[in-house]
Design a protein around this ligand. Structure first.
Ligand code: PDD
Length: 283
């Protein structure tokens, strides 16, 4: 597949596209990003992603690299040039390239990369049987609510999960003894009364766009939701568990640290939310 990537005003072949060696994203993880689902060539929930990108940029005092209203056109053009049907678009904005110095450089324009690629959603087997997660200490920096490329702790935890044969890792805040979220997804359980429980959006987790949309769908469907932290023991004793994210969509979790959750099969509340999310018209 031809891969065309947008970098700072140019649409370049993937093999020729690159950022400056002193880009602050590389040197300091001084960059933010978004991953947007593309379905039938159309971006899903792009406005919500751009809202969050705006919050991430503002939190780090990085300016918009181009006016916000231009970004949908760049995404559409990258999707078109790559003839992408279903997949993802990746947007990354860094503070730009400057001689290495921790403090912000003066008068340096932010850099923008937009790429897109084909990416299948979860397989029928993953949806039908659910996936396994393992738990690991949450060793991230203390602002996981900002969607930065500072992902090394997520990378190491996900690699350990992969080596343990699991699909995802659930990060455990050891000071509070609770599950925060996955390495690239939000985490949920369904309790004995059929209530969905997930960590609140209080700065300890990323406010997932999928999370936001499924909590809205749950409210509309009359499914009770409690936004509160839960422990690993609670999750293991739960009736159901699941994860959500742009790439994971809504995916049942049927094993935690090798032990079955509930019946060991995807549960009805999870599958209902998954169906509602699948039917949600992307905006
Ligand atoms: N990750 N939590 C974390 C730590 C994430 O990195 C993500 C998304 C989510 C879910 O957010 P959303 O529903 O907006 O995708 C939660 C993206 C997909 C990634 O890094 O690939």
């Amino acid at each position: 597949m031809t891969r065309i990537v947008y970098v700072d005003g140019q649409y370049l072949h993937h093999s020729l596209a690159g950022l400056h060696v002193e880009d602050r994203g590389t040197q300091f993880a001084d960059a933010v990003y978004e991953v947007v689902a593309i379905r039938s060539g159309r971006p899903c929930h792009l406005d919500q992603h751009l809202d969050r990108l705006g919050r991430s940029l503002a939190a780090l005092s990085i300016g918009w690299p181009v006016p916000r209203r231009v970004l949908p056109h760049i995404v559409a053009e990258v999707v078109r040039r790559n003839r992408l049907g279903d997949g993802v678009a990746y947007l990354q904005v860094s503070r730009g390239a400057a001689h290495r110095n921790h403090a912000f450089p003066a008068d340096t324009p932010p850099s923008l990369v937009v790429s897109a690629w084909r990416q299948p959603g979860p397989s029928a087997v993953q949806v039908g049987q659910g996936v396994a997660v393992v738990t690991a200490p949450d060793q991230r920096w203390k602002r996981p609510d900002i969607k930065t490329v500072c992902l090394l702790a997520n990378v190491l935890a996900r690699q350990a999960a992969k080596e343990a044969g699991a699909y995802e890792v659930w990060l455990v805040d050891e000071a509070r003894g609770v599950v925060t979220e996955g390495s690239a997804s939000n985490a949920y359980l369904v309790d004995g009364r059929g209530r969905v429980v997930t960590h609140p959006d209080d700065g300890h987790v990323l406010a997932g766009i999928t999370r936001c949309n499924i909590l809205k769908l749950a409210a509309e469907a009359g499914i009770a939701v409690e936004e509160r932290p839960f422990t690993v023991a609670e999750a293991m004793a739960a009736r159901e568990a699941f994860i959500s994210g742009t790439t994971a969509t809504v995916l049942p979790v049927t094993r935690i640290d090798g032990r079955p959750v509930g019946s060991g099969q995807p549960g009805p509340v999870t599958l209902r939310l998954r169906a509602l999310y699948q039917d949600l018209r992307p905006s």
